[in-house]
Design a protein around this ligand. Structure first.
Ligand SMILES: Cc1cc2nc3c(=O)[nH]c(=O)nc-3n(C[C@H](O)[C@H](O)[C@H](O)COP(=O)(O)OP(=O)(O)OC[C@H]3O[C@@H](n4cnc5c(N)ncnc54)[C@H](O)[C@@H]3O)c2cc1C
Length: 511
């Protein structure tokens, strides 16, 4: 046992995972979390008997078909999750009546694309050919790259050269650019709508998820984000960790070029041998650390690098079911909804959560509608400066979305039990997330596969993990990021990195 104490900032997925890894390696940890619950942006909330899930649609690595599963299983007891797989990821519905089904089966998906545009065979085959290759890859995730020895590098090229070649071949084009080669405007629109507003992302950010979907390793855990967090938190606590909720960190205390503790907003201080922040990147690097300790190049990334577009979530508790309509509809709106400088949010992602009985009373459905916006600042400023108008704007958005749902499904308005609107300002309020960007850095061609430093040169004992370190966000990436950073902490404290043993073994040891 190293007996060293690590203070962790943030009980999001990454902070909790980091806690489990550190506890397993013999460190003593405590997590300081500003919110009253764990999970960070991966969150759900209750309203009038309904649960509105704000995050977990799908869990890459949910089955052993992808080796990320093995990493997740180190911090999550999968026997406690009831995972279901859908046959289709989403149904895309265009205003002209086109329906495009995004199947989680490459042959069906290819047939669907050809049905919409038989003249685009070459581009379609190039896309589905790449998707099929993904099932042959495992990811080189067992060791963090900073610790690679020459023999690790040799093994990387020997065992993963086809994956490396694949990444180099596909990462340069954006999603928009690749599909601009399609002759069919309709198919182009459909392909861009699989992940709306991600057109500037690298094509890899579409290929990999679609590839994993077709490998049946992107299931949904019943209970959604809340259940996922519960299982993650349980494991951390079982390993001896603890979380201090409602404790917002104000600054990281530095002594003789070393992070030696935390100062909280309630005025109290915490001493530690090392500090690991899994909190939002801007909050950590710009607000919590003294300016002189963070290199200008790192500070400069805020404002220079692209972010995930922010979003609004309009959640409905509805006294009816939606049988036969699938789990997710991505809908072109009849009337785009303007807000601030955003001329019109024109695509709605509608999750019909009837597949999860824990989210609504019997015979009722939790319906989650997501709109992505290009003007997150409008909402952040409005909430801060004009709360009344902020409230009336939220009502306007809820009305506009209700209209669209009424047109699409009928029998909505009279069946609504409750409505809840979350804006980019809501995400900032509860998780401090910079500019409401709920998944951090966008995986553009320049960023995909890259990470930001996990340590700062000249500042000992300070570490970073989470979605502001790795681009692309996502639950497994948050866990992997924690695992990578803990390997560095172990190296610095001359401790052997040992992943947590299976839950049953920990329980036995404790007994
Ligand atoms: C709407 C939505 C849908 C998503 N869908 C999926 C999906 O289907 N599949 C998937 O894999 N991923 C999905 N994600 C992404 C995934 O949830 C995130 O990438 C991941 O949860 C990020 O975890 P994190 O720990 O890195 O960051 P965070 O969740 O941001 O955790 C950071 C924590 O730090 C805390 N904190 C911040 N500042 C302070 C401070 N000063 N003091 C103390 N605590 C502080 C925050 O409150 C938070 O708890 C989704 C996210 C959202 C929002």
């Amino acid at each position: 046992m190293s007996g060293r104490r690590v203070a962790i900032i943030g009980a999001g997925v990454s902070g909790l995972a980091a806690g489990s890894y550190l506890q397993a390696c013999g460190f003593s940890t405590e997590i300081y979390e500003m919110a009253s619950i764990a999970g960070g942006v991966s969150v759900s909330w209750r309203r009038d008997g309904y649960v509105f899930d704000g995050a977990t649609n799908w869990l890459p690595g949910s089955s052993a078909a992808l080796n990320l599963h093995g990493i997740l299983a180190e911090v999550i007891d999968f026997s406690k999750l009831d995972i279901i797989e859908f046959d289709e990821f989403a149904r895309i519905e265009l205003l002209d009546g086109t329906i495009f089904r995004v199947w989680k089966d490459c042959d069906l998906l290819e047939r669907e694309m050809l049905r919409i545009s038989p003249h685009d065979r070459a581009v379609i085959r190039a896309f589905t050919g790449a998707v099929r290759k993904i099932r042959t890859f495992s990811l080189p995730v067992w060791k963090t790259q900073e610790l690679y020895t020459p023999s690790d590098l040799f093994r990387l090229f020997r065992d993963h050269w086809r994956l490396l070649f694949f990444v180099l071949s596909w990462r340069g084009a954006t999603i928009d650019k690749f599909f601009s080669r399609l002759k069919s405007e309709r198919l182009r629109t459909c392909m861009r709508m699989i992940f709306p507003h991600h057109g500037f992302f690298s094509l890899l950010a579409l290929l990999l998820p679609v590839g994993w979907m077709c490998m049946r390793t992107t299931g949904y855990p019943i209970g959604g984000s809340a259940r996922f967090n519960e299982v993650l938190l349980e494991r951390y606590c079982l390993l001896g960790g603890s979380v201090r909720f409602n404790r917002r960190v104000r600054r990281i205390i530095i002594g003789s070029g070393r992070a030696v503790g935390l100062e909280l907003w309630d005025g109290s201080t915490v001493q530690a041998d090392a500090v690991l922040s899994s909190a939002d990147g801007y909050e950590t690097l710009i607000n919590m650390l003294p300016e002189a300790t963070v290199p200008a190049a790192l500070r400069g990334r805020f404002g220079r690098l692209d972010l995930y577009p922010a979003m609004l979530q309009i959640s409905f508790g509805v006294r009816r079911t939606f049988k036969g309509l699938g789990n997710k509809i991505i809908l072109q709106l009849r009337r785009p909804i303007p807000a601030g400088d955003d001329p019109g949010m024109s695509t709605a992602i509608i999750r019909l959560c009837g597949f999860d009985p824990t989210l609504a009373p019997r015979g009722c459905t939790s319906v989650i509608v997501t709109l992505r916006t290009s003007d997150e600042q409008y909402w952040i400023d409005l909430r801060a400066k004009d709360p009344q108008r902020y409230a009336s704007e939220k009502k306007r958005i809820a009305e506009a979305v209700t209209d669209e749902l009424e047109q699409r499904f009928g029998n909505i308005r009279t069946s609504i039990d409750t409505v809840d609107v979350a804006t980019p300002a809501t995400y900032v309020r509860y998780t401090n997330i910079w500019r409401g960007s709920y998944q951090g850095w966008a995986p553009t061609p320049a960023m995909v596969g890259r990470s930001l430093p996990r340590r700062i040169r000249g500042l000992e004992g300070f570490y970073l993990c989470g979605q502001w370190v790795e681009s692309g966000g996502g639950l497994p990436r948050a866990v992997l990021s924690a695992r990578n950073t803990v390997q560095l902490i172990c190296r610095d404290f001359k401790t052997v990195f040992t992943p947590p043993p299976p839950t049953a073994q920990v329980q036995e040891r404790r007994a």
